[in-house]
Design a protein. Structure first.
Length: 420
């Protein structure tokens, strides 16, 4: 409701300004000053428009990445369903064989019970068979045949029982595999729901951004026909609104990372040879200088975070353009992105223990998603892409998805090749 009221108020202000004198609001009457202010506001609106268009491009790329990830998850769900159906068939077949074998065992038991009952009820019949022997050797043969028949019946019973137990073990394994696939499918369905929720969020941000782009273009077209004071107020308002939308677009990078982590467990990563024994991270640019620290900022182009209107979520390191940027710790490359705003060309590495690092404004990335990297591996080259006023590296550390100051985890004394 609040944006509607703001828009209505701005429209009313514009109508009032059009009907009144250009300088009735206290704007300078000097034409040169007036022209300078108009040009300044035009530059501000133009910068706003450029940032919004760049953010729009980033959102479009994020939506495309989201769609690709959704397609991948849907394919995994289809494969899980196919595997579940196959296991259902295997379990049903095992149950059929088990039932048939159990019936056969029961038949054998019934026959042995009948034989035992017959011998018990008519013991003479066995003696008759033996008495009919023609000779001593024939008697021994008949006795041996009876023993063999009994032994074979006992062996058959034991064999059938062994087969039944083996079938039951196989059935339990297949049932466990089926249950595992069901759990995996449920997890994938959850990821798909999250991806769709993120898609809806991104689409809303894109729609909001398009409204701001249209408003900015409209204000640019009217700039010469309204007071500078009103134009400045409108420009500032649009900038604040666009900053919030652009910040949401940048946050989508971390939302994508969270979804990647749900599908790709980093787990415990073995410490690489040559890893620092004293510090968790090394400086990603050892021969650089810190140009902007972590924390609240006075720069208007820094996005809001928490209760702060402008907050720098990492540290900026300055070195010559094209300087190599190194992985601060062992890990797995989770994201590699390229946008014309925000982080520009960036690499995100997932580390053990819920630690993630981002390397932004690169001229180029040197790694690919899924690649395992060790501490000190070159991941990119310093550049000035995205929301950047000059060559530098934006190094960001997040612990359990929250940005933290990386300097306590780095060797003290500022950037250096020291590992310890």
């Amino acid at each position: 409701m609040r944006p509607v009221l703001i828009a209505a108020a701005v429209a009313l202000m514009l109508v009032t300004a059009d009907r009144g004198a250009v300088f009735a609001d206290g704007s300078p009457s000097d034409p040169q000053q007036q022209l300078a202010l108009v040009n300044q506001i035009r530059a501000q609106l133009g910068s706003n428009l450029a940032d919004a268009l760049a953010a729009q491009q980033q959102l479009q790329q994020s939506l495309e990445a989201n769609a690709a990830q959704q397609a991948q998850v849907q394919q995994q769900i289809a494969e899980a369903n196919e595997r579940i159906a196959e296991l259902d068939r295997d379990v049903a077949e095992a149950q059929r064989r088990e039932a048939a074998l159990a019936q056969r065992i029961e038949n054998e038991r019934a026959q042995m019970r009948q034989l035992a009952r017959a011998v018990y009820q008519s013991p003479g019949s066995v003696l008759v068979v033996l008495a009919q022997s023609q000779s001593l050797s024939d008697l021994f043969t008949r006795i041996a045949d009876l023993n063999v028949a009994g032994s074979r019946a006992s062996d058959l019973k034991a064999s059938l029982n062994g087969d039944l137990q083996q079938l039951q073990i196989e059935e339990r394994k297949e049932q466990a595999a089926r249950d595992k696939q069901l759990t995996e499918r449920d997890k994938l369905n959850g990821e798909l729901s999250q991806l769709r929720a993120l898609q809806a969020q991104q689409e809303k941000s894109a729609a909001d951004l398009q409204v701001k782009i249209d408003q900015t273009r409209y204000e640019l077209s009217r700039l010469n026909r309204q007071s500078t004071q009103l134009a400045q107020a409108v420009a500032d308002m649009l900038q604040q609104q666009q900053d919030a939308i652009i910040a949401a677009a940048m946050q989508s990078v971390w939302a994508q990372l969270q979804l990647w982590l749900q599908s790709n467990s980093v787990g415990q990563i073995p410490t690489s040879a040559g890893h620092s024994t004293k510090y968790r991270f090394i400086w990603p640019e050892p021969n650089s200088q810190i140009s902007q620290p972590f924390g609240p900022s006075t720069y208007w182009f820094e996005p809001p975070y928490g209760s702060y209107p402008h907050f720098h979520t990492g540290i900026d390191l300055v070195a010559p353009f094209g300087s190599p940027v190194f992985a601060a710790d062992d890990g797995v490359v989770a994201l590699v992105g390229a946008t014309s705003t925000g982080y520009g060309n960036y690499v995100v590495i997932a580390h053990a223990g819920g630690f993630d690092t981002l390397y932004g404004h690169l001229s180029t990335a040197l790694v690919s998603v899924g690649q395992v990297v060790t501490q000190g591996t070159p991941v990119g080259l310093e550049g000035s892409t995205g929301n950047s006023t000059g060559p530098h590296l934006h190094f960001e550390l997040r612990v359990n998805q929250r940005p933290v100051d990386p300097t306590p985890y780095l060797p003290p004394g500022g950037p250096s090749p020291y590992k310890g």
